[in-house]
Each structure stands twice: as structure tokens, then as C-alpha cells.
Design a protein around this ligand. Structure first.
Ligand SMILES: Nc1ncnc2c1ncn2[C@@H]1O[C@H](COP(=O)(O)OP(=O)(O)O)[C@@H](O)[C@H]1O
Ligand SMILES: [Mg+2]
Length: 270
């Protein structure tokens, strides 16, 4: 038997999601749309990774493929599921995907009860996460009666409550006004620092990506590939005001924008 290569072993053991040559083609009445082309990316265990890219480059498709809501047309995605008792992944979509006919608390309890948690325990856990997202007092409200920002916090609480090994978020803050968005970014930063799940987070905002993530993968225009991957060097725990004021923040923002702008100008969909 060959001796194991310790470097390779270490590299493999720190990889949570291994994406190899993943392509995705949607076939429809008007022909084929190639959404993804040869995506290669390793997401590390416990890493917060942001995906940036022009509209229509395949960010949502990639996230849905990782969530196993779509099947790749080619290539493979391997995800390490460490604890079979724990849900592998949870997704937060862009458009407030909460059940309007359930109360705020019932929305958060739902996946827990589905997973077999007893109602009393599920209720306690739901209330804990609602408290974490400053939704204490709104447990019995119906989502249609609360603001967009609150609905999105319900969706985030629901995803966090199951304590998934991987959290997948598709522009979760995009529909919020600027101030609320900053507040929720800071909340997410704090919650992630306390919990350290592996996160793949799609955003249009370079500032948001720099504040939250460990690495930023910039995708090319459709069919999307992983273009440049940036390391985000800020130490944790991060102080949002200090990060935003750091000279490195401005330098990285400029560098990333330079690359993103080129992709958008070369014919992204927006
Ligand atoms: N279910 C689908 N059927 C056909 N085409 C799709 C489908 N989903 C996405 N697409 C197309 O795939 C491309 C990538 O879409 P998407 O992943 O939503 O991009 P992004 O999230 O980066 O804006 C787009 O051209 C889009 O129209
Ligand atoms: Mg999208």
C-alpha cells in the first residue's frame, strides 16, 4: 500500500464542497441555454464564500445545483456530509420564500418538525432563532403583515434553525433598502462568526462580499465559469466600521470591480 500524501489528505479533509467540471444546459422550446460551463471550485469546511458575477451568468443555477435542486448536465459535485443526524444544506432564496399561511414562528418550526424534532423543542429552537434575528414579539404574526426585511429575516431564521452543515444564500438581502441591508449584513456577520457553517452566498454587492466572506469567486459572463478568486484578508471577528474604512477594503473593491466590469461590458444580461 502506498503511503498517504499528508498534504493531499489535508487538502481533501478541509474541502466541504468539491465542484469538478460542472456544466449545465437548459433545454427548452427555443433551444438550449448553456448556463454553466466547466465550473471548478472547492469550498472549504467552515468557509464563507461569496459568488459575484454579471446577471444571468449562472449564479443561481450553480447554487441550486449545489443544493441538489438541479442536476448538473456534466461534471460532478461532491459534498462531505459529516454528521448524518444533521441536515446537509438549507437555502435562502432572494424572494422571501416563507409560507404566508403560517405564522412567523410556525414558518421557522416547520423544517424542524419535518426533521422529527418534537413540537415543544422545535418551538423553543424557533423562538431562539427569532430572538437572534430581532424578531422576538412577532412570533404570532403572519408574514404578509410584516415588512420585507422581516420576511427575509424569517427565511434566514428558518434556514439557521436547522443548523445545516451548509448554508446556501441567493442574494438574500438584495430586495431590502440600503440601511436595512447594512444592518442585516452586520447581523449575518455576527451570526456566522458564532456558528461557522460553510456558506455559499450570492450577491451583487462587492462591499457586502468583502465584509462577509473569506473568499470571493467572480464568475465570468454566461456560460459562467469561475474567473478570479480573491482571498479576503480581514481578521475575524470583524468590526464592520473598521473593515469598511480599511485601505485594503478600497483596494480590493477596486480590483474586483475592474474584473466584474469587464465581464458585464462584454455582454452579461444586465
Ligand atoms: N429553468 C431554466 N430554464 C431555462 N433557462 C434557465 C433556467 N434557469 C436559468 N436559466 C437561464 O440560465 C442562465 C443563468 O441563469 P441564473 O442562474 O438565474 O443566473 P444569475 O443567477 O447569475 O442571474 C440565464 O440565461 C437564464 O435565463
Ligand atoms: Mg440569480
Amino acid at each position: 500500500m502506498r503511503a498517504a500524501d499528508p498534504a493531499l489528505e489535508a487538502a481533501l479533509s478541509s474541502t466541504k464542497i468539491a465542484i469538478r467540471d460542472v456544466g449545465k444546459v437548459f433545454s427548452g422550446k427555443n433551444g438550449d441555454v448553456e448556463a454553466l460551463s466547466r465550473i471548478n471550485l472547492d469550498v472549504r469546511d467552515g468557509e464563507f464564500l461569496c459568488l459575484l458575477g454579471p446577471s444571468g451568468c449562472g449564479k443561481t443555477t450553480l447554487l441550486r445545483t449545489i443544493a441538489q435542486l438541479e442536476r448538473p448536465s456534466s461534471g460532478t459535485i461532491k459534498i462531505r456530509h459529516d454528521d448524518p443526524a444533521r441536515q446537509l444544506s438549507a437555502v435562502v432564496f432572494q424572494d422571501y420564500s416563507v409560507f404566508p399561511w403560517k405564522t412567523v414562528r410556525d414558518n421557522v418550526m416547520f423544517p424542524l418538525v419535518q426533521a422529527g424534532v418534537r413540537r415543544r423543542e422545535a418551538r423553543a429552537q424557533a423562538d431562539h432563532w427569532l430572538e437572534m434575528l430581532d424578531l422576538g414579539g412577532f412570533e404570532n404574526a403572519y408574514p404578509d403583515k410584516v415588512s420585507g426585511g422581516m420576511k427575509q429575516r424569517v427565511a434566514i431564521a428558518r434556514a439557521l434553525a436547522v443548523q445545516p452543515e451548509i448554508l446556501l444564500m441567493d442574494e438574500p438581502l438584495a430586495a431590502l433598502d440600503a440601511q436595512l441591508r447594512l444592518l442585516l449584513q452586520e447581523k449575518l456577520l455576527q451570526l456566522w462568526q458564532d456558528n461557522q457553517n460553510t456558506v455559499v452566498f450570492v450577491t451583487h454587492s462587492i462591499d457586502e462580499a468583502l465584509l462577509l466572506s473569506d473568499r470571493i469567486a467572480v464568475m465570468t459572463k454566461r456560460p459562467g465559469e469561475i474567473g478570479t478568486v480573491f482571498d479576503v484578508p480581514f481578521e475575524r471577528p470583524r468590526d464592520p466600521d473598521k473593515i469598511r474604512a480599511a485601505p485594503e477594503f478600497a483596494v480590493l473593491r477596486e480590483e474586483i470591480w475592474h474584473i466584474l466590469r469587464r465581464e458585464i461590458q462584454e455582454g452579461g444580461e444586465a
